[in-house]
Design a protein around this ligand. Structure first.
Ligand SMILES: Nc1nc2c(ncn2[C@@H]2O[C@H](COP(=O)(O)OP(=O)(O)OP(=O)(O)O)[C@@H](O)[C@H]2O)c(=O)[nH]1
Ligand SMILES: [Mg+2]
Length: 282
C-alpha cells in the first residue's frame, strides 16, 4: 500500500548536518549539497541546516561566508561543544520542510546517494529510509565495533538492519522532528534507528556509497566511543524491556501530517519485527 495516496512529482527537502571543527571540509560539502539540490528536477523547495557544534576553528566564519551566497543555508551555533548527537538533534529540530536527509559535514556521504531515495519517496513507499554503507571507508577496528553493536541492537529490537549505525537517513519531516533524541555523542544514529523501530516503523534500506572524510581528523577516541556505545546499547535494551513489560508506555506515533497519532504497539508486536530482510538492500 503506498505511503501517500497521491504522491507529488517534486519533494521539499531539508539537509540537516552537524559540524565540529570541519574548516577543511565544510565549504566543499555545502557547495556540493547546494549544487545537487538546485539541479535535481524532483526537488522543489530546499534548505540546508548546519549545527556548528562549538567549533574552535574557522568553521563558523566559513559558514557565515557561505550564507552570503546561499540564503537557503541556515546555521545554528552552540557556544560550546556538546557532541555530535546534540548537534544532530538541534539540526533536525530546526528543519522546516517535508523531508529531511541527515548527512555528516566531513563529506563521507556523497549527496548523490539521494537519487534512489527520492525515487522511492515519489513512489510513496514509506516515511523512513536508511542508507546501507556497502563498503565502509573506516578502519577495521571501527568497522568491527560498528558491526558488533549493530548486531546486538538488531537482536534486542528483533530487527535485521544491515547497517544499524548508519547516519544517512531520509525521513518524513514531521516524524523526524518528533523523535525524542537523548544521546549527545556518536550514538545518535543508533538511537534514531532504534527509536523509529520502537515506534513500529520499518526502515526501508537502500545501498549508499561511503568515502573517507575529506580532511581533518576523527574527533572522538575509539576506547571512549566503544565504552559509550556499549553503555548506550545496554540502555536501549533496558528501555525495550521496560516497554515490553508495560513499565514504560510507548510514545505516540505522529501522523504523517505532523499530528500526534495513537500510541505505537509495544515493541515486538509492531512492524519493527518485519524489517526488510538483510539481503534485500536495494
Ligand atoms: N567528532 C565529533 N564530531 C562532531 C561533534 N559534533 C558534531 N560533529 C560532527 O559529526 C559528524 C561525525 O563525526 P566524525 O568525527 O566524522 O565521526 P566518524 O565519521 O565516525 O569519523 P571519521 O571516519 O574519522 O570521519 C561530523 O560531521 C562532525 O563534524 C563532536 O563533538 N565530535
Ligand atoms: Mg566522519
Amino acid at each position: 500500500m503506498p505511503y501517500a495516496a497521491e504522491a507529488p512529482r517534486t519533494i521539499e527537502l531539508s539537509v540537516a548536518a552537524p559540524a565540529y571543527n570541519e574548516a577543511e571540509n565544510i565549504a566543499g560539502v555545502v557547495r556540493e549539497w547546494r549544487d545537487y539540490l538546485i539541479r535535481h528536477p524532483a526537488i522543489g523547495r530546499w534548505e540546508i541546516v548546519v549545527c556548528d557544534d562549538g567549533s574552535t576553528d574557522a568553521t563558523g566564519a566559513i559558514l557565515a561566508g557561505l550564507q552570503r551566497d546561499c540564503p537557503e543555508l541556515r546555521v545554528i551555533r552552540f557556544p560550546r561543544n556538546r557532541g555530535a548527537g546534540a548537534a544532530i538533534a538541534a539540526a533536525i529540530a530546526a528543519t522546516r520542510l517535508d523531508w529531511v536527509v541527515l548527512l555528516d559535514s566531513d563529506g563521507q556521504f556523497p549527496i548523490t546517494n539521494l537519487d534512489p531515495f527520492i525515487d522511492r519517496i515519489l513512489a510513496g513507499d514509506g516515511p523512513a529510509f536508511t542508507g546501507v554503507r556497502m563498503r565502509k571507508a573506516d578502519d577495521l577496528a571501527h568497522r568491527w565495533g560498528s558491526a558488533l553493536s549493530g548486531a546486538v541492537s538488531n537482536l534486542l529490537l528483533g530487527t535485521r538492519y544491515r547497517d544499524f549505525n548508519s547516519v544517512f537517513k531520509v525521513v518524513h519531516g514531521p516524524l523526524f522532528r518528533s523523535l525524542p533524541l537523548e544521546s549527545t555523542g556518536m550514538n545518535c544514529s543508533t538511537e534514531i534507528t532504534a527509536r523509529l523501530a520502537e515506534l513500529g516503523h520499518t526502515w526501508i534500506q537502500l545501498p549508499i556509497r561511503h568515502r573517507p572524510r575529506g580532511g581533518g581528523r576523527r574527533g572522538w577516541r575509539f576506547v571512549r566511543g566503544a565504552r559509550d556505545r556499549g553503555l548506550f546499547v545496554g540502555y536501549l535494551a533496558v528501555r525495550h524491556w521496560l516497554l515490553r513489560l508495560g513499565v514504560l508506555h510507548p510514545p505516540a506515533v505522529p501522523g504523517t501530517d505532523g499530528t500526534a497519532g495513537p500510541p505505537a504497539s509495544p515493541p515486538g508486536e509492531g512492524a519493527a519485527r518485519s524489517a526488510e530482510p538483510v539481503g534485500r538492500a536495494r
